[in-house]
Ligand binder design. Structure first.
Ligand SMILES: [Mg+2]
Length: 367
């Protein structure tokens, strides 16, 4: 089997509720990139990557030129066994992990489709019937955030990510954490995420004001060193996200004792293959893991669910139903949250097929 064509689409995904983070970062309508790897056997593998603007060193319109640059590696390659193709891609074009993520997902889709197995079986086997989801709460007025938390709690959600820093004053962030903590009652996990938008001074003031509550902090500052300073000063557990994106940064987070939990996003590491290696390292390092991606619809969501379900449940903190936050759904039959939990699709490969009417004509075709 050989890859005979590469097709690519750009599609707007609209959030059901505009989503605000620190430093003016917003998810309202965000462009996602869908990739198809067609083969001479008539089987197609699907990939997706959806960078959030100004969130990481990645942008949606950067995917197409990277894919075009990699065309000599992709066209004519044998797609079965993604590591071999991804090794060549890494040698041909360094970096650009987010663009490679879409390729790697499509290669895994093809590999599992040819095996006629759901992808999770090819990745090592299912370790849970379903997985816990967190609910991410946009950074708005504290009482509104508490209302959203209560509604999600009533649907069975047991983990709440409270976005912080959008109003630029640390006292309102204290109210956000205090009100959400009170709204969901004892038991559920509550964590405050600054998306790197705080200084260690602000984050420490917030953390010390809530340090008698059951709260975890997430990526308050840009660097791992600053996050470690906040953890040391507040005594609160710390989740890393933006600053942990490869082997070196995971080892640094561990060495500085500020990685109680970590977000493993497919496109941060470069796809399922690279994220699976990071997952295995984190099993060794002892961090709890959120296996997810930055944003996206049903292809990205299916990919992360297949990897997440092959992770020991005792080590998987949670996962994310990205496609539940946005429209359109690329595959109306793809999994949705039920009682605060979700399971991967059951068909061969990723188990999702994007609706051709929603995709329309591709923006790029390489043959
Ligand atoms: Mg985060």
């Amino acid at each position: 089997m050989k890859v005979s064509a590469v097709r690519l689409w750009h599609l707007p995904l609209k959030s059901h509720e505009a989503y605000h983070m620190a430093d003016g970062k917003t998810c309202d309508t965000v462009e996602t990139v869908v990739l198809a790897l067609d083969t001479d056997a008539g089987v197609t593998g699907w990939g997706e990557v959806c960078p959030i603007p100004r969130y990481l060193p990645a942008y949606a319109r950067g995917v197409q030129p990277a894919i075009a640059e990699l065309a000599p590696i992709l066209l004519g390659s044998d797609p079965i066994g993604p590591h071999a193709v991804m090794s060549k891609a890494d040698a041909w074009l360094q970096g650009h992990a987010y663009a490679k993520s879409a390729i790697d997902i499509a290669l895994w889709d093809l590999t599992a489709k040819v095996a006629a197995l759901p992808l999770y079986r090819v990745l090592g086997g299912r370790q849970a019937d379903s997985m816990p989801l967190y609910h991410s709460i946009t950074c708005i007025a504290p009482d509104e955030m508490a209302r959203i938390a209560r509604e999600a709690r009533a649907q069975g959600i047991g983990q709440f990510q409270v976005k912080l820093g959008a109003s630029g004053d640390w006292q309102t962030d204290v109210e956000r954490l205090t009100e959400v903590r009170k709204a969901v009652g004892p038991g559920p996990l509550v964590y405050g995420d600054w998306n790197m938008g705080a200084t260690s001074l602000e984050a420490t003031r917030v953390g010390r004001a809530v340090c008698d509550l059951d709260i975890m902090l997430e990526q308050p500052c840009r660097t791992i060193a600053e996050c470690a300073r906040v953890r040391d000063a507040t005594g609160l557990p710390m989740k890393l996200d933006e600053a942990a994106f490869d082997t070196e940064t995971l080892l640094e987070g561990h060495a500085r004792a500020c990685m109680d939990a970590v977000a493993l996003k497919l496109s941060k590491f470069g796809g399922i293959s690279a994220c699976r290696a990071a997952r295995d390292l984190c099993l060794h390092l002892g961090a709890r893991m959120c296996i997810e991606d930055t944003w996206g619809s049903d292809i990205a969501t299916a990919a992360l669910l297949h990897l997440a379900v092959t992770t020991p449940p005792s080590r998987l903190l949670n996962t994310c139903d990205l496609s539940g936050y946005v429209g359109p759904r690329l595959d109306a039959k793809a999994p949705s949250r039920e009682g605060g939990r979700i399971a991967p699709p059951e068909g061969p490969g990723l188990g999702v097929e994007p609706d051709p009417d929603i995709l329309g004509d591709p923006d790029l075709t390489l043959e």
